[in-house]
Design a protein around this ligand. Structure first.
Ligand SMILES: *Cc1c(COP(=O)(O)O)cnc(C)c1O
Length: 496
């Protein structure tokens, strides 16, 4: 039986997995969800000996039922290859009584690589399955990190091109260097004279420009986006939770069917939703611990039942979690509303109009698998310092938020026995200065690359390739344009 997908705002229209991946977002603004969460009908004794790629196949084949075995395995093998600097892809590190699941061994040393390395292959396979002959042109506006992860994912993927726009004076020097050194004939990186909002508006305009669409179509191209809410980004993330569980079982850390906790540093709610899907597939997970930084909208949501984004936006040392609208939460709301698209739509309309909504008591009762909390900036820094001093293991600021919240969870609940996996979402080398400052103030006087070498020395870890490249790689992209010129730049790149 084919597993079909529908929008969280209209469950009357059904789509296959490949159609949902190709569309990204539903026409009504909702997110695609599977009709039900499939069971993980493979024994843990079989899973425990599988490679990452084999595990990913077992998980993804249950969701993407209209892909053939060969199609899916091709996507998986092209994604999780030597772009990752460890054959395990997502290794577990035991430190201070918790298991850190390192999701940062991909090309941009952060966890978005786990999804963005496979999305291009799923997208192009979906296009071909649905008889789309055109090449797919990905347009992205970025404030820094997502742009690089998307570029790395799409670089040299046949049948695709990618154009990334960033605010010329609005990203960090390291972020800019990472993007403008991107290899791949099918990639283009453009700085604009404007801010991130203008870049994003410019991209949206191109998506909605039907004259441009016709021109492109005539030349054999069509636009698509690598949007963070694409179901093709969410499902691959379920795999690493299954993989982590299976490895703990294999290593004798947990007994058969023993429940574990999972802690996730959360922003858009994608990563923790993947863990929730894993639990619903049957993976023995006890609590899903949702960790926020000072932008604690989700903590407030879990403790009051009201989601309220009307508050100041706080810049923290864990910028990828500085988010006030967690878009993937909509998939959870839909589910705890009893897969009720109308009810969900009412709440999302309220969110759009007033910036907040409240869930019912019934819905709240279905959130008992979740525990939410947050850490302050000072707490985050002291977690990094303490873990380093106690164990020698160095974690990044996002992971430290999760570790700090795990500490609070243990104090609050007294649950110190359940084995716990902490999603480690970025390499400490991605946020070197914040990490080193947390360990010792004296590091503040050092230059950026000096700090990188010092981190490598005190943490006894090799400098990742992604950082080495920034030092030496030649600049390959130097296009800068006005906001109005964005469509022209795209057409010129495509030769239209
Ligand atoms: C994107 C990101 C997160 C947040 O993940 P969500 O799926 O958006 O909740 C956490 N840490 C890092 C390093 C990230 O890049």
């Amino acid at each position: 039986m084919e597993l079909m997908y529908s929008s969280t705002r209209n469950d009357k229209v059904k789509f296959t997995a490949s159609q949902a991946i190709l569309k990204g977002l539903a026409d009504d603004g909702g997110l695609f969800v599977p009709e039900h969460i499939p069971a993980l009908d493979v024994s843990m004794d079989a899973l425990k000996d599988m490679s990452y790629q084999e595990t990913a196949y077992e998980v993804m084949s249950r969701f993407f039922t209209d892909f053939t075995e060969k199609e899916l395995k091709d996507c998986i093998n092209k994604a999780y290859d030597s772009k990752f600097d460890t054959t395990e892809i997502a290794p577990l590190v035991d430190a201070d009584g918790a298991y850190y699941l390192e999701l940062f061994h991909g090309p941009t040393i952060a966890f978005k690589d786990m999804a963005l390395s496979i999305l291009p292959h799923l997208l192009i396979t979906s296009a071909r399955k649905n008889h789309v002959k055109n090449d797919i042109v990905i347009l992205t506006a970025t404030s820094g990190d997502t742009g690089k992860a998307a570029l790395a994912g799409f670089a040299d993927v046949e049948g695709t091109k990618i154009v990334v726009f960033y605010p010329k004076n609005g990203v960090s020097p390291i972020q800019e260097k990472q993007m403008v050194t991107q290899k791949g004939e099918n990639t283009m990186v453009v700085g604009i004279h404007g801010n991130f909002d203008q870049a994003q508006t410019g991209v949206k305009k191109m998506f909605n420009d039907s004259a441009l669409e016709a021109e492109l179509d005539a030349a054999g191209y069509q636009f698509s986006s690598a949007n963070s809410i694409n179901i093709g980004r969410l499902i691959p993330q379920v795999a690493y939770y299954v993989y982590a569980y299976a490895k703990l079982y294999k290593n004798g850390v947990i007994a058969k069917d023993e429940k574990i906790n999972v802690v996730v540093p959360t922003g858009n709610f994608g990563n923790i939703l993947a863990a929730f899907y894993a639990k619903n597939m049957g993976l023995p997970i006890a609590k899903l611990i949702c960790a926020s930084n000072e932008n604690k909208v989700l903590y407030d949501f879990f403790s009051t039942g009201t989601y309220d984004k009307n508050r100041d936006f706080i810049l923290t040392s864990s910028p990828s979690m500085d988010i006030l609208i967690s878009s993937n939460l909509e998939r959870l709301i839909y589910r705890i509303a009893g897969n009720d698209a109308e009810k969900n739509k009412t709440m999302m309309t309220e969110l759009a109009e007033t910036g907040k909504y409240a869930i019912t008591d019934d819905m709240r009762a279905k959130l008992e698998d979740f525990y939410g909390n947050y850490t302050s900036e000072a707490e985050t820094a002291s977690v990094i310092k303490k873990l380093y001093e106690d164990t020698g293991y160095i974690i990044d600021t996002h992971t430290a938020v999760a570790a700090g919240v795990y500490g609070k969870y243990k104090k609050d609940t007294g649950d110190t026995e359940t084995k716990t996996v902490i999603a480690s979402t970025a390499s400490p080398f991605k946020f070197t200065r914040s990490v080193m400052d947390a360990i010792d103030e004296k590091y503040d006087a050092m230059g950026d690359f000096e700090l990188v070498d010092e981190l490598s020395k005190i943490g006894n870890v090799k400098v990742p390739q992604a950082i080495e490249e920034i030092r030496t790689a030649p600049v390959l992209h130097d296009t800068v344009c006005e906001v109005e010129e964005m469509p022209l730049v795209v057409k010129k790149f495509l030769g239209v």
